[in-house]
Design a protein. Structure first.
Length: 204
């Protein structure tokens, strides 16, 4: 119930996506850009809330960095050491995106992280929300195959439908009207075989 109250303002919908379907940043009229899949940033992952789990993840990554980056001046040389260190920065940066304060543990959040800082032109857009100006990126299903030399597709120019499998209607005064509205928009957008359900939480 706390999630509906915090995020829906009394008329919310929760959209379920198929986590097995790879997603990309939608960037129309631009060539496909690729990225290497890392152990942390690949697909949907569960957010870690407990300090013990967070420390365990960070220690394993730091150990990986230490093993992959011998001391400068050693057999690999200072220049190679710097190059390897720089290549491992995304591992640590993406790990931080999956850590959250224990006070939010009841959210049981999952995330899929995209690194878009280097994309030109920027795919970041903005919308108004109750928190003010909120940045976001549009996503679509990745249709481009993996490139053996460049990795996985980070962007796509194809505006494909999201892998929606379910829509849950939050607490509302008129459940049937909400259901009809959801069914109408799903049909208009070409979504088929999407389960529509109601939350068990009461409206009041």
């Amino acid at each position: 119930m706390s999630q509906w109250r915090a995020y829906s303002n009394g008329s919310g919908y929760a959209i379920g996506l198929n986590p097995r379907v790879d997603m990309c940043v939608y960037q129309p009229s631009e060539p496909v850009k690729y990225t290497s899949r890392t152990p942390v940033s690949s697909g949907w992952r569960t957010v870690l809330y407990s300090h013990e789990d967070q420390i365990r993840l960070l220690r394993s990554l730091i150990g990986f960095v230490g093993a992959a980056c011998p001391a400068p001046g050693g057999p690999v040389g200072t220049q190679e050491f710097a190059a390897r260190t720089q290549a491992l920065v995304p591992f640590l940066a993406s790990a931080v995106a999956y850590l959250k304060h224990p006070a939010f543990e009841e959210e049981r959040e999952v995330r899929s992280v995209f690194a878009v800082d280097d994309l030109k032109p920027t795919p970041v857009q903005f919308r108004a929300s109750r928190l003010g100006v909120t940045p976001y990126v549009s996503c679509a299903v990745g249709g481009e195959p993996r490139d053996e030399n460049r990795g996985l597709a980070l962007t796509t120019a194809s505006k494909t439908r999201l892998p929606v499998t379910e829509v849950m209607i939050g607490p509302t005064a008129d459940r049937e009207a909400a259901r009809r509205g959801v069914m109408a928009i799903l049909e208009a957008r070409g979504y088929k075989a999407v389960e529509v359900s109601w939350s068990d939480s009461p409206y009041r």
